[in-house]
Design a protein around this ligand. Structure first.
Ligand code: GRF
Length: 191
């Protein structure tokens, strides 16, 4: 069975969609472990569902965080590392070791509205401030830059009259929950 590790920092709704689809058989993989870089609902969700999960506190591990993540995912023998709302920056050594085996989801049409400091609600605020007529989400491979790796899939979502950043965020999140599993499936089918 294809094994994945999911790394989270927040609510974990993308993680939830992966867990549900892997349990129903729609996604042919096993969530072998969930790692949080802080206490968060994502790690709780995983633990509630009996998935091996741990918190590697970014404030405790500091520069050693990626070494610790590497230790855990190597021990689990994972085939793919999925960043699903993971806020710590992955270092170059880790990216090099796991090249082609790390993906990330970002809530915009990259390369637009990506890069350092562009995360969470800030992305949607920037989209609205720029007067964009459409936004969306992107799943991409992780390289040594921020939000810069090869795109796997992207989906467009309209920006509607009167949208607040929160409303737009929710509309995009619905699509993220489909796009991330679809991207994982594509990678599984290519292996
Ligand atoms: C998503 O919008 C994702 O694109 C971004 O962080 C958010 C995570 O949401 N990288 P959740 O924790 O999966 O609910």
């Amino acid at each position: 069975m294809f094994k994945i590790a999911v790394l989270v920092s927040g609510g974990g709704s993308n993680l939830q969609s992966i867990i549900e689809k892997s349990k129903s058989g729609e996604l042919a993989c096993e969530v072998a472990c969930v790692i949080g870089d802080r206490e968060c609902y994502g790690v709780e969700r995983a633990a509630e569902q009996g998935i091996v999960s741990c918190i590697l506190d970014r404030k405790v591990f500091k520069k050693e965080l990626c070494k610790e993540i590497d230790r855990v995912v190597s021990e689990k023998g994972v085939d793919l590392i999925v960043l699903a709302g993971f806020l710590s920056i992955i270092d170059e050594e880790f990216v090099e070791k796991w090249k082609g085996k790390i993906i990330n989801i970002h809530p915009s049409l990259l390369p637009k509205f990506g890069g350092p400091g562009m995360y969470g609600i800030k992305v949607h605020e920037a989209v609205l401030a720029a007067g964009e007529k459409e936004s969306g989400c992107t799943v991409h491979y992780v390289d040594s830059g921020v939000d810069s790796g090869e795109v796997i899939f992207q989906v467009k979502v309209p920006v509607l009259e009167g949208d607040t950043a929160e409303v737009l965020q929710k509309r995009i999140l619905v699509e993220e929950h489909k796009l991330l599993p679809k991207s994982i499936s594509k990678i599984i089918s290519e292996r």
